[in-house]
Design a protein around this ligand. Structure first.
Ligand SMILES: Cc1cc2nc3c(=O)[nH]c(=O)nc-3n(C[C@H](O)[C@H](O)[C@H](O)COP(=O)(O)OP(=O)(O)OC[C@H]3O[C@@H](n4cnc5c(N)ncnc54)[C@H](O)[C@@H]3O)c2cc1C
Length: 335
């Protein structure tokens, strides 16, 4: 079933809480709904707006927004310790994590409390605390707009990388993800080697699924602003990946600079550290600022427009460039 809205406010549909409007928004459940919508013609401008936790509207959206609302989670197959699970695109990601933890299924617990829907998880290959969606996603079901057909893409063809996938590139604006298929396991596989996870898990009595979920939730709550209280879209910037000599030169000057190995001999730097050392952590201009506890997060203190957020982000990038000669790119989708 579809529900249509015209000239609708997006304020409660984006975690930044910016007040923009969309000309047309349709909530849909099934592939048939999508067929019905696109049978009217492919609009010149359209996109999927799921939970709106990774978008920044800088102006009114003069096209069609599609919001998935189907929320079923189904077990497809149990083979030994391995369980294949299908989640429809409108399932809250964290509900899926809770569902898995309740059933003793390992694989997504470190991704607890990431806001957004399951259908959006493969788009930027959500990740946290040393894990990412690509660790468990095996297939992605999608509606191809040009052909009005359903297709299934194996993970091997999803182009998963650090906050990357084919859905941000070759398939952007061409498909609507309708469900994801995950492979979870009954075999315990605690992954504790990131940040404070191990300490928090030990404080709760050891590496059970429930303890890991609770530890991750507690850490996130202590570090990240709740969008319901303070508008934000999580990490506004991506961690930059640089060539090894660039990292070496910086390390000679800043020996305490966090750095991590990246594919092809490159080095991943921590954008939050760069922003902090550029003197921007906690910095506020009008209604926009860098969060005081997490320098990667830009916040809307209330009433900021998307344009103000972008202008502020530009100044943060500029300060990092001037101080370190490093470009930091945005993770959030700017519209
Ligand atoms: C407080 C906070 C903390 C966060 N922490 C993390 C974190 O730890 N790790 C992390 O990776 N991210 C994090 N994020 C970012 C965000 O949670 C993820 O990007 C999430 O996947 C967004 O889901 P959404 O449903 O809100 O997607 P939206 O913001 O609605 O959409 C994001 C993009 O995906 C596309 N898209 C969404 N659904 C579909 C679909 N069904 N088919 C095709 N395209 C689609 C949209 O068109 C858009 O381009 C955080 C955000 C916030 C606000």
């Amino acid at each position: 079933m579809i529900r249509e809205f015209h000239q609708i406010s997006l304020r409660d549909r984006n975690s930044f809480g910016v007040e923009q409007r969309a000309a047309h928004l349709v909530e849909f459940e099934t592939p048939d709904d999508l067929r019905e919508i696109f049978a009217r013609g492919i609009p010149p401008r359209w996109m999927v707006l799921s939970g709106g936790n990774n978008v920044l509207f800088t102006e009114d959206y003069d096209g069609l927004l599609l919001t998935p609302v189907a929320r079923q989670i189904t077990i497809l197959e149990e083979r030994g310790e391995t369980i294949r699970v299908r989640a429809e695109a409108g399932v809250e990601w964290d509900d899926l994590v809770e569902w898995a933890v309740e059933r003793g299924l390992w694989g997504v617990e470190n991704l607890s409390l990431i806001p957004g829907k399951a259908g959006a998880a493969p788009v930027q290959n959500i990740g946290a605390y040393g894990c990412e969606a690509a660790d468990t996603i095996r297939r992605v079901e999608m509606f191809c707009v040009e052909t009005a057909t359903m297709l299934t893409l194996d993970a091997a063809h999803c182009g998963f990388g650090y906050r990357e996938s084919v859905f941000k590139h070759a398939l952007k604006g061409r498909v609507v993800i309708t469900a994801v298929e995950l492979e979870l396991s009954r075999t315990p596989r605690p992954r504790l080697g990131y940040g404070d996870v191990e300490r928090e898990v030990e404080a709760r009595g050891g590496a059970t699924l429930r303890n890991i979920r609770e530890a991750v939730c507690a850490i996130r709550r202590s570090k990240l602003p709740d969008p319901a209280v303070l508008g934000n879209a999580g990490s506004f910037f991506k961690n930059p990946v640089v060539e090894a000599p660039v990292a070496e030169a910086l390390l000679a000057e800043y020996p305490d600079m966090p750095h991590y190995p990246a594919p092809e001999g490159r080095v991943k730097l921590a954008a939050g550290w760069l922003i902090d050392r550029a003197g921007m952590k906690g910095h506020r201009e009008g209604n926009v600022g860098v969060h005081e506890r997490q320098a990667l997060v830009l916040v809307n203190y209330g009433g900021a427009t998307g344009g103000e957020v972008i202008a502020f982000a530009h100044r943060v990038r500029q300060r990092v460039r001037e101080r370190f000669g490093i470009e930091i790119d945005t993770e959030v989708n700017i519209l």
